[in-house]
Ligand binder design. Structure first.
Ligand code: BYC
Ligand code: FE
Ligand code: FE
Length: 470
């Protein structure tokens, strides 16, 4: 199914054959553009940027790269190819043909999942809207805008589902997605992490490493859905998502590399005098972004999660590769729970522990990047190890919410927490320092002092390519 770029809304869903849906989306399109100009990247809207656009949904060769002004990006609707004979692969409907329409009894639940997913996409663009002014290089500036336009496309992906399958309520939800604002007191975004600020580029790399990775795991679970349009939508979103996490992992990796160079060059681990980001400061940012991203998985024990699974709406990570009955009504899963001041593993019903199970897979995946960063540190002969904090550290959702736990997993009295929080999380002084480093570097190929150059450029172009024409 080729993508039709002749349509006002590029798509591979045969939009021109569905007048009602086409009208609904065409009336939403100008509102999206207004939102983009008001809440999307500040500045740079008239600059040409070397962006990729999806031209097909083939696994190989779906992207086309060229200079484009952001408002002219062709946001569209792209679903992965249908799988012939696909079935519901888990829950009480296991074995039935996958649904092409929303099952009436699950309408509310499904709408809620789609709205929650959709809400995160514009939220992240809002969070990142100021960053263009302080880019560490043109290469990074281009990557920021690539992520931003694709998060905008992910919003389109969810709005398509709402408009195509949820009638009038769907249209209302689609409008509401453009009305909430990240961090707004009266109409905030739905999930916690999406109301935090992304004030500097270190936060941006952390966000794309830790928070976009939650996106990867949630999208992978929704790609298992028995509701086939959701599954196909998420499968294609995952191909775009890979780049977002690449930006995060390599971004942090480049900071690590540069910090090590500065430490060795100046023979000190306090890098403030030479304008670098010391590893201890990096650790605090990791502590913050990892913990707020853990909250995005919801409670350890959740009847919502059990219902989503049993109904066939949201599966596990790589559901079909798991060797069990995919119904789970008699199974247990080991969940770490607080017990007095300690943390103990306890067997909980597998169905209610599905959020925790997904979080476990996420934590293991986060650890892989940390290991790679630690290799860089070791190669530079520096005795320091970055770590993921304990899962109970700094949590606001679930069993650990409100507890006072150190990054290494010791419960501490409230007074000690209050005293030490600034050693464990970025404090005002740290944030002021990081923000003082955020001076724009816009000469092609040049890098800010606090970050190393990337190993290679985008799409085979050199690092010194003019990724953004200023
Ligand atoms: N903040 O049963 P529980 C991405 C609420 S990121 C605020 O434990 P459940 C992206 C919850 O709604 C991926 N509230 O949790 C990344 C519930 O409310 P009610 C986004 C929260 O429902 C970067 C109550 O607490 N996609 O794509 O099993 C850039 C009890 O909740 C939070 C999805 O999230 C929170 N952190 O699981 C751009 C997928 N956590 O019922 C994009 C869709 C929980 O008491 N969403 N609550 O009113 C879901 O599957 C589920 O909603 C969640 C929560 C996994 C988020
Ligand atoms: Fe996204
Ligand atoms: Fe993303």
């Amino acid at each position: 199914m080729a993508i039709d770029y002749a349509d006002r809304i590029p798509n591979n869903v045969g939009l021109s054959d569905n007048r009602r849906l086409q009208r609904a989306l065409e009336s939403w399109q100008p509102k999206f553009h207004d939102w983009w100009l008001e809440m999307g990247p500040e500045g740079f809207q008239a600059n040409e940027i070397y962006l990729r656009t999806a031209v097909s949904v083939d696994v190989d060769g779906w992207a086309h790269f060229d200079y484009l002004k952001m408002p002219e990006y062709r946001w569209g609707i792209f679903l992965a190819e249908p799988e012939a004979g696909r079935t519901v692969n888990f829950g009480q409907h296991k074995g039935e043909a996958a649904w092409q329409e929303v099952p009436g009894e699950y309408r509310g639940m499904l709408r809620r999942i789609i709205v929650t997913q959709g809400d995160t996409e514009p939220a992240s663009v809002e969070q990142q809207r100021q960053l263009g002014w302080t880019c560490p290089s043109l290469y990074d500036l281009r990557n920021l805008f690539q992520v931003n336009v694709e998060e905008g496309r992910h919003l389109w992906a969810m709005v398509y589902l709402l408009d195509a399958h949820f009638g009038r309520d769907g249209r209302e939800e689609a409008e509401a997605l453009l009305m909430r604002r990240s961090g707004d007191r009266d109409r905030p975004r739905i999930l916690g992490a999406f109301n935090e600020e992304t004030p500097d580029w270190l936060s941006f790399y952390m966000f794309t490493y830790f928070t976009d990775r939650d996106g990867r795991f949630q999208l992978a679970s929704l790609a298992e859905s028995g509701f086939d349009p959701l599954s196909r939508t998420c499968r294609f979103m995952l191909t775009e998502e890979a780049h977002h996490m690449f930006v995060g992992e390599t971004g942090i990796g480049r900071v690590v590399r540069r910090s090590c160079e500065l430490m060795n060059g100046h023979d000190t681990d306090d890098l403030r005098a030479c304008g670098g980001i010391d590893l201890a400061l990096l650790q605090k940012y990791i502590n913050f972004h990892f913990s707020v991203s853990l909250d995005l998985f919801g409670g350890e024990l959740s009847t919502n999660a059990a219902n989503y699974f049993t109904s066939g709406l949201k599966g596990r990570f790589r559901e079909t590769q798991i060797d069990d009955d995919h119904v789970l009504s008699n199974d247990t899963y080991r969940v770490i729970e607080p017990d007095g001041g300690e943390f103990v593993g306890a067997d909980a019903p597998a169905l209610t522990s599905l959020n925790e199970r997904l979080r476990d897979a996420y934590i293991a995946d986060c650890q892989r990047g940390v290991d790679r960063w630690n290799k860089v540190i070791a190669q530079q002969g520096i005795d320091f190890e970055l770590r993921l904090p304990h899962r109970a550290f700094h949590r606001a959702i679930g069993l650990f919410a409100g507890m006072h736990v150190s990054p290494d997993g010791q419960t501490v009295p409230e007074a000690e927490w209050a005293e030490r929080a600034g050693d464990w999380l970025p404090n005002d002084d740290d944030r002021t320092y990081v923000s003082s480093l955020m001076e724009p570097v816009t000469r092609p190929g040049s890098m800010a002092n606090w970050i190393a150059a990337p190993a290679r450029g985008i799409n085979g172009r050199p690092v010194e390519f003019e990724y953004v024409r200023l």
